[in-house]
Design a protein. Structure first.
Lengths: 82, 82
């Protein structure tokens, strides 16, 4: 298992409710892939969403997001964190 | 006070020790600006570093990073988080 930060662009105007709904959609399917989405942050002005997860691979992170209906634009392994 | 996610590019090959040193440099000067850097994540492969902070403004976040010697490439307010 490793930690990942993935990034979604093009989410201008996202609301708190939409962020929560998207996160719940991830949580609903993440177990099938051995992924856990821990945190998420949204900047509605630039339309950027960051998601922090624990997962076996970047592909597993992306599969969960795809099944939840919101493919990530970037998935970064973040082996170092504070 | 609000929450910010800032992003540094061009950090390919960053090590865990370098991430910790950069974070400590932020902590050493952050109080002057009323900022607190809470977390940081590094992807040495793409050279991307993400920093999560509480701050009075995006300019205050940037001033701390500049004084610590590592200006951010992007500073995003993230008013919504999970």
């Amino acid at each position: 298992m490793a930690q990942y930060m993935d990034v979604h662009h093009g989410m201008k105007g996202i609301t708190a409710d939409q962020l929560m709904a998207a996160h719940k959609a991830d949580l609903a399917v993440e177990k099938d892939e051995g992924v856990h989405f821990e945190r998420a942050w949204a900047d509605p002005e630039s339309g950027t969403v960051y998601c922090l997860s624990e997962a076996p691979s970047p592909e597993a992170v992306q599969r969960v997001h795809e099944r939840a209906g919101h493919r990530a634009d970037e998935v970064h392994a973040v082996p170092y964190s504070i």
